[in-house]
Design a protein around this ligand. Structure first.
Ligand code: AMP
Ligand code: ZN
Length: 469
């Protein structure tokens, strides 16, 4: 069965073929975090879906080149730096670092490149793209000195979001007091400097200012992946206006189709509402670690539902996850025991392709996991009856290697802390982030008292069994 994905652009399941059908190389671009605060697990649902996508494509023999940008200049980062009274780069640095730490906790494969919007070469590219758009009549400088995209001039504007431009005028969703724009939906490519921006700004032909969020992604994606990108991902909230704007900007400059497949994941919800910073209903990775759950448990919990279906986050869900992973751990242990009984490797066990085929079908993880647990049930039954020989156990273990190369949920030896220690470690990590050294020391003493030692390294605390030296 060929791979197929639901393309947001066409709203259809489409057979997957790279933009260049002869190539096995695939470029994937992901809208990365805005580093004004620690990312929450809702954000990580998006990154985990993308990780699953990358790993499955690699399992199927594609070579993926993945780019994830870091938005380190926008309204929120500037506001944060101003409130903290520190330079922008100093304000964003700890959030970038925390983001990389969280990626590692969740076993998310690092992108090949993490371009940051404030890098001079990308700022120059953004300015050059805006110049091109102005020269083609697709953008204009308004009275307020900012530069806007003229959406009426781009025939395909609204195609991704299936949005009717006339609706935009009547919804009142967009602030109408921006009198100097030609159309309420025209979005900023370049924001003229104002006092609130402090020392954040770059010179351009239109005066001092800074790029709009949307142009950042158009410039960085094409700089690193070329004018055409195989797959562009994000959460559904990115579809409009962000991705719609990316298409208008990029195609306005290149005249070519920008993205072959648009993939968007549904939200992580809490009590039926999107988990978000603004609603205050969010958990960070250290919050969940502080409750005693491990990185692989969080990974599994965020991955186990199809990416296009909303997923409700609950603590019962975390408990179900713990049970599911325990079943896998116990099963692997039994298989390893059975496999060790003989050196015989010849097995006539036929293992179905359903796991991989389910993922081929728009990353149908629920069906893939269904097959995994069905297989676990059957092999366990055979083991109970002493009917699974060593060679067959080995065949199942080999199969699991492939499965786990996508899921990445196997317990790593010596890595997993008991829940009680993990909870204390998570709490200590939070205390350290809040620079509450007294609490951090108290928690270290508690961890020591339970027979574990703590070492603080530049990559964070490391905890291992044993007395403190
Ligand atoms: P942001 O830092 O807000 O730009 O978000 C980074 C990524 O996380 C984007 O792809 C968003 O679409 C995604 N995202 C934000 N909130 C959620 C959520 N509750 N569930 C799933 N994805 C989300
Ligand atoms: Zn983006």
């Amino acid at each position: 069965m060929p791979l197929r994905f639901f393309n947001t652009y066409s709203r259809e399941l489409e057979e997957f073929e790279p933009c260049d059908p002869a190539s096995r190389k695939i470029g994937i671009y992901t809208c990365g975090p805005t580093v004004y605060s620690r990312a929450h697990i809702g954000n990580f649902r998006a990154y985990i879906f993308e990780d699953l996508l990358q790993r499955h494509l690699e399992l199927r023999g594609y070579h993926v080149h993945r780019v994830m940008n870091i938005t380190d200049v926008d309204d929120k980062t500037i506001r944060g730096a101003r409130e903290a009274n520190i330079p922008l780069s100093e304000f964003t640095a700890p959030f970038k670092e925390a983001f990389f730490q969280d990626l590692e906790t969740l076993r998310i494969k690092r992108a090949d490149e993490f371009p940051a919007a404030t890098e001079q070469k990308y700022i120059e590219r953004m300015i050059a793209m805006i110049e091109t758009l102005i020269s083609r009549g697709l953008a204009y400088q308004a009275e307020d000195k900012s530069v806007y995209y003229r959406i009426n001039k781009f025939a395909n504007y609204g195609k991704l979001a299936h949005f009717d431009l006339s609706q935009l005028q009547s919804t009142g969703r967009v602030k109408n007091d921006e009198y100097d724009k030609e159309h309420v939906g025209d979005f900023a490519l370049w924001k003229a400097w104002d006092e609130e921006d402090g020392d954040v700004g770059w010179e351009s032909a239109w005066g001092r200012g800074r790029p709009g969020w949307h142009i950042e992604c158009s410039a960085m994606s094409t700089a690193l992946l070329g004018d055409q990108i195989d797959i562009h991902c994000g959460g559904v909230d990115n579809i409009f206006p962000h991705h719609e704007a990316e298409i208008a900007q990029t195609e306005g400059c290149t005249g070519k189709k920008f993205v072959c497949y648009w993939l968007h994941c549904a939200h992580l919800l809490v009590d039926g509402q999107k988990m978000s910073k603004s609603l205050g209903n969010f958990y960070t990775i250290p919050d969940v670690l502080a409750k005693g759950y491990s990185g692989r448990e969080i990974r599994y919990a965020l991955m186990r539902v199809h990416f296009r279906a909303p997923l409700n986050f609950t603590w019962e869900g975390m408990e179900e996850t713990r049970e599911a992973l325990k079943r896998i751990d116990e099963w692997l242990e039994r298989l390893r025991e059975a496999a060790a009984k003989s050196a015989d490797n010849k097995s006539d066990t036929q293992i179905g392709q359903q796991f991989e085929e389910a993922l081929d079908d728009d990353l149908n993880i629920s069906a893939a996991l269904g097959f995994l647990f069905e297989s676990i049930r059957e092999t366990n039954r055979a083991l109970d009856r002493n009917e699974l020989d060593a060679a067959s156990a080995k065949a199942w273990l080999n199969w699991w290697e492939r499965v786990n190369s996508v899921l990445l949920v196997e317990k790593e030896k010596g890595q997993e802390l008991p829940p009680e220690i993990a909870a204390l470690a998570g709490a200590r990590e939070m205390a350290r982030r809040a620079k509450d050294w007294r609490k951090s020391d108290e928690l270290r003493d508690k961890i020591n008292a339970l027979g574990w030692k703590v070492r603080d390294t530049k990559d964070g605390q490391k905890i291992a069994p044993g007395a403190t030296s």
